[in-house]
Design a protein around this ligand. Sequence first.
Ligand code: SF4
Length: 312
Amino acid sequence: MDICVWDKCNNNCSMCTNPDKPWLSFDGKSEGSYEYEVLVERIKRFKSKAASDDSIILTGGEPTLHPRFLDVLKFIRKTFPKQEIRILTNGRRFVYRDFAEAVLKTDNLNLAVSLYGPTSKIHDAITRTKNSFEQTVGGLNNILARRGADQSVEIRTVISKLSYRYLDQILSLIKVYFPSVDRVILIFIEREGQAIKHSKSVSLSYSQVRPYLEKIYLFFSLLKEVRLYHFPLCSLDSKFWPFVWRTLPEKEVTFIPSCIQCQYKKYCLGIHKDYPNKIKSKEFKSIESNFIVKETNDFYHPIIKVTKNNDF
Ligand code: SF4
C-alpha cells in the first residue's frame, strides 16, 4: 500500500518515473496537497483497506523531505501498529545523524535507499545533483551503523542507459562498503514520467543489459540477497530466474503471441506495455520445457531453483 508523502525531491533523476509537478495525491482528489493535516486524513481513510500483511510504503518525491516527516511517520506507526513500514528514499537526509536516529526509533521498518552509480561522477550525473552521491553514501553509513534487529535495509538501483555498464562496480562497492545490507534490488528502467522525456539518454533494451548481468552473476552469491525487478524470464539466462520477482501490476504488462507457446508463462511477469518493438525486436521468445523449476507458493517470487532437464 503506497502513501505518497511529498511531491518534491532534492534529486532530479533523468529516469525518474514521476510525472511533472504538481501531480494528484494518491486519492486522486487533492492535487498537490501534502499538508500534515491532509495527509493524516488520507492515512485514516486507508486504514480499513490495509491487510495485516501489507507493507505501508512511503513514497514521493523524496518522502523524508516533508517538513513534518517524523510526525507523519509516528502517525503511520500508530495507525498501522503491526505492518512493516517501508521508506523509499534517496537516503540523503540520513546523512544527518539526529535525523537517522529519530527515524530508526520506528520498529518493523525497511529503508530502501537508491544508489545509481559507483562514484560521485556517475551517480551525480544520473541524479543531476551535485554531492548527492556523497550524502547517499553518508546516509547509508549512518543507517547501517544504527539500525536495530527489526529494521532492514536494501539498496535499489535502476538499470538505465546511464548505469548498466557500471553494474559490476556498483555491486562491488556495496560488497566492500555495505556488506551488511539485507538486499540489493536491480530494477530494469520503466518508461514513465521523466524517463519518457529523457528516453533517448536513459532507455535501453534487455539485450543490451544481458552481457552486463553475466558480469555480475558472481555477486548473486556473494551478497546476502539480490533481486531482479521488471524482467520477463526470456530476457535472462535461466540461472537468473530464481532472483526474478513479479513486480509490475497486471494492467501495466502484456504478453505477445509467441508467449502462448511458452512453457514458463505461468511464472513470467510479462512485458511492460510501453516497451518498444516488443514483437519486431525478436527479444522475447517462447521457452521450451528444458528446465525443471522448483516453485514457491509466492506469486511475486515464483521460482526458487532451476535445473536444466538434461542434467537428469
Ligand atoms: S515468451 Fe513471453 S511468457 Fe515466455 S518468458 Fe518471454 S515474455 Fe514471458
